[in-house]
Design a binder for this molecule. Structure first.
Ligand code: IPM
Ligand code: MN
Length: 359
């Protein structure tokens, strides 16, 4: 029976986590698998009270679960972001969740600020490296208050780290091609300026591509890629990017999808040695805490991805249909996409559709 660790986190995290649980329970009931959840109050409030975001043995605790749902972390009025976010980055690295899987899809009926974005043109996946690169957190401050003070932040790109995530992207492109997609992996790079790390990354991309003759190679410098995302979103199938570049381009990707309230991601250990972690990619929006106004669709999409990962593809597909139906009908939607409904009203509507489809 899937056993899910829930980390609601900060700001609007608890209210969206309620919707994650609602959807999980509805899917479990309809598709006949028991599910258990346990809540961990790891957050900035805990930091203020106890001096740490999560206990020292947090990873050992989480290791006993099949998956993790993360609401959102961070509230800069309470704890500096680089301190609170160590928890998120620590779980990604500690559980070697080296793939950050971020689907970019525009559901029919959802308004987007980008004119080229239509449900037909926006349907791709970003594979973001999730354990090293620019996020390696190596460096230091040197006499930071002196006139000649400086800081160093080093990116670490290992052969193993680059190869495994690029391989994952190509394998995914093969799978998607079999399902009718274009069969293309776009290499998001910057090897014109980053003359060691990204040159190395490109070399490994080329090596992995050799083993996939049926998949089209493609490359775009990250700056140009942001332009192409807007100009020709239909070009993209699978995009593979380093940790920082993947972070940046997926916020733009979220706009193609209709906004941050719709974008979800999975932090995945493809080898399944550790639990994978699923989350909406938006922040904790502290100013909206408790107002039940944020869009829970990103959260529900994270649950959909989690169900897929847990070997419940039918339940996952049902969640997808219920989300699509809710968004297309358009009556029950939150303010970010032009409605007046509350977070829980949207969650209840998606749950209702999951349940009624089968009754
Ligand atoms: C994300 C977030 C995080 C990241 C932050 C909160 C550290 O922006 O998941 O995209 O940069 O990875
Ligand atoms: Mn981000």
């Amino acid at each position: 029976m899937p056993n899910i660790a829930l980390i609601p986190g900060d700001g609007v995290g608890p209210e969206i986590t309620d919707e994650a649980v609602r959807i999980l329970e509805a899917a479990a009931r309809v598709y006949g698998f028991p599910v258990e959840t346990e809540i961990f109050d790891w957050s900035c409030d805990r930091y203020l009270a106890q001096g740490e975001m999560m206990p020292a043995d947090a990873l050992e605790t989480l290791a006993g679960f099949d998956a993790i749902f993360l609401g959102c972390i961070g509230d800069a009025n309470k704890v500096p972001d680089h301190v609170s976010l160590e928890m998120l980055l620590g779980i990604r690295v500690g559980f070697d969740q080296y793939v950050n899987l971020r689907p970019i899809r525009l559901y029919p009926g959802v308004p987007t600020p980008i004119r080229t974005a239509t449900p037909e043109s926006v349907d791709f996946v970003v594979i973001r490296e999730n354990t090293e690169g620019e996020y390696s957190r190596q460096g230091g401050f040197f006499h930071p208050d002196a006139d000649d003070g400086f800081a160093i932040q080093t990116g670490i790109f290992t052969r193993k780290g680059c190869e495994r995530v690029i391989r994952y992207a190509f394998d995914l492109a093969e799978e998607r091609k079999a399902a009718g997609y274009q069969g293309r992996v776009t290499n998001c790079t910057k090897s014109n300026a980053l003359n060691y790390s990204m040159v190395f990354w490109d070399k490994i991309y080329a090596e992995v591509a050799e083993g996939h003759p049926g998949i089209q190679r493609d490359m775009a410098l990250v700056d140009a890629l942001t332009m192409w995302f807007v100009k020709n979103p239909e070009w993209f199938d699978v995009v593979v990017a380093s940790n920082l570049f993947g972070d940046i381009i997926t916020d733009l990707g979220a706009m193609l999808q209709g906004g941050m309230g719709l974008a979800a991601g999975g932090n995945i250990d493809p080898e399944r040695r550790y639990p994978s972690m699923f989350e909406p990619i938006h922040g904790s929006a502290p100013k909206y805490t408790g107002q039940r106004r944020v869009n829970p669709i990103a959260t529900i999409e994270a649950v959909r991805m989690m169900l897929d990962h847990l070997g419940q593809p039918e339940a996952a597909a049902a969640v997808g249909r219920a989300v699509a139906g809710t968004l297309e009908a358009g009556e029950i939607r939150t303010r970010d996409i032009g409605g007046t409904s509350t977070t829980d009203q949207v969650g209840a509507e998606v749950a209702r559709r999951i349940t009624e489809e089968q009754s």
